[in-house]
Design a protein around this ligand. Structure first.
Ligand code: ASP
Ligand code: MG
Length: 497
């Protein structure tokens, strides 16, 4: 039971008795009327929790909106109307199915849909006139979440739930980085304190709060988005702000997805991946950054120190006992999962003249950084004679050109070579445990392959091995099978992923 500080809040005598449960419904779950009925079922399952729902756009709508704005900027009115028609039909059909037999609610929802679409058309007209800018892209994309949030809140209200709905701009203040904005926690907290928190303190009947995922606004008021898949981030931003407002609140975040949770490996590579039931924030971040693609990469950072737990659950099987929980707790220190990064090129620079030349690496990396070339993995031998780093293959030509032409690098003294590689990133709290490391090398040795380059992060959390591309699939399967079979904590996946 929690109390707010009496001096700070006028509603301090009331109490939030129940856990605050922030649930994010991803676009991969939101297809049709059945999806909304599933949300109703989940609502019943968590009847006693204080519920905050963060919803993504309906499946595929964000992509359609991006395409529509592109067509508008290219002055292709026919293509624009075709896509608008698809967006309209998807939502309108959903309204018909959700409000069947409820004429008044149906008419109101159809009317509101038309208002929102009219607004969308006005913005598309602007894009046609002024061209597409990052601001316009964000504004256009925000319509997807605005539509789904309006439908979800109308549907739940009509099912006799008490619902209060917000758009992201009401609550989340961000910096000015359109398409990939970061929240300003101080200003966001202020809004959550003033607008959202009081709703949770209503003694008898706290509402279901429905909020658009993915969007916020900058200080001036322009709509911003938090990066693709950003609704996860919206959920954790809200969790973090509520926690800061009252650290005694019991808060948990559930991300409902179309998968059972985070798997040991990508099913596209591995025939028998298993579900990882528990991950630490650090482990989960390593998995997410490299491509587990189940989580928005930034969503964990802001709740890690506060130890707010996140569950990743299968929307289609809400009663299923198996899921992934991310918290400070971990079932073991062994290997938890692995990821594959493809289409990379390993650049190696070597020369004895590099010994004791401080700043050489700095020159190389700032040169590439200035040209927007990202580096995926680095290793340097302690002799300092050679360094290797991986870049995306499509940057190869440009990288070679930059390295050979730059006047600050002693090009006549260095030799540069390159080869295509893929990287296997092996993740676990302590992958240098003897058993783990032996399994990894045994798997690689079994195939008669030798790693081309190796790097690890400081915590022994991620061991990255560059291998010839042709041996990736086999190696990943062998390593996956070896650690999955030596560890009883993994769970056989039930549903088709
Ligand atoms: N609708 C947005 C996207 O597709 C945000 C999200 O789904 O979380 O990226
Ligand atoms: Mg989406």
């Amino acid at each position: 039971m929690n109390k707010l500080n009496q001096t700070e809040n006028s509603f301090s005598i009331d109490e939030i008795v129940n856990p605050i449960h922030i649930m994010k419904f991803g676009g991969s779950c939101l297809h049709d009327a059945e999806s909304f009925k599933q949300i109703k079922l989940i609502t019943e399952l968590y009847a006693s929790d204080c519920k905050i729902y963060v919803s993504s756009a309906l499946h595929g709508i964000t992509e359609l909106l991006i395409k529509t704005s592109k067509f508008a900027s290219e002055n292709k009115p026919h293509d624009v109307s075709e896509l608008i028609k698809i967006i309209e039909t998807r939502h309108s059909n959903l309204i018909e199915a959700l409000f069947e037999g409820k004429l008044k609610a149906r008419n109101e929802a159809q009317k509101r849909l038309q208002e929102i679409l009219l607004n969308l058309l006005t913005v598309l007209e602007d894009i046609k006139e002024f061209g597409i800018t990052p601001y316009f892209t964000d504004y256009i994309m925000s319509f997807g979440e605005k539509l789904s949030n309006f439908l979800l809140s109308s549907y739940l209200s009509n099912e006799n739930y008490y619902v209060v709905s917000f758009i992201g701009e009401d609550l989340i203040i961000t910096n000015d980085r359109f398409n990939d904005a970061l929240p300003n926690l101080c200003h966001t907290k202020k809004r959550i304190k003033e607008r959202l928190l009081p709703l949770l303190y209503q003694n008898f009947r706290s509402p279901i709060i429905c909020i658009t995922g993915f969007i916020g606004r900058n200080k001036i008021g322009y709509t911003t988005t938090l990066g693709r898949g950003g609704s996860d981030f919206s959920a954790t931003i809200i969790a973090r702000c509520l926690h800061d407002l009252n650290p005694n609140l019991e808060i948990k975040v559930s991300l409902w997805k179309d998968v059972d949770g985070i798997l040991t490996s990508n099913p596209n590579y591995v025939s028998s991946p298993q579900l990882i039931p528990e991950l630490t924030y650090q482990e989960a971040k390593e998995m997410a950054y490299i491509g587990a693609k189940v989580l928005h990469p930034k969503c964990l950072e802001i709740i890690e120190k506060q130890n707010i737990p996140i569950e990743i659950k299968n929307f289609n099987f809400p009663n299923q006992k198996e899921y992934t929980q991310i918290s400070q707790k971990s079932s073991s220190n062994n290997i938890k999962g692995l990821n594959v990064v493809e289409n990379l090129e390993l650049i190696s620079i070597s020369s004895p003249t590099l010994i004791n030349v401080p700043g050489f690496l700095g020159k190389v990396f700032s040169l590439l950084g200035k040209h927007g070339i990202n580096i995926n993995m680095i290793s340097q031998s302690c002799s300092q004679i050679g360094i290797s780093f991986a870049i995306e293959q499509f940057h190869l030509e440009q990288t070679l050109q930059l390295l050979t032409a730059d006047k600050n690098l002693p090009s006549e003294w260095i030799s540069i070579s390159h080869q295509p590689v893929g990287i296997i990133a092996i993740i676990g709290n302590d992958i240098f445990l003897p058993e783990s490391i032996m399994n990894i090398y045994a798997s690689i040795a079994q195939l008669g392959i030798s790693p081309i380059s190796i790097a690890k992060n400081d915590k022994g959390m991620n061991l990255s091995i560059a291998l010839p591309e042709s041996s990736l699939q086999q190696t990943v399967n062998l390593i996956n099978d070896s650690f999955v079979s030596s560890e009883e904590n993994f769970i056989q996946i039930k549903s088709k992923q």
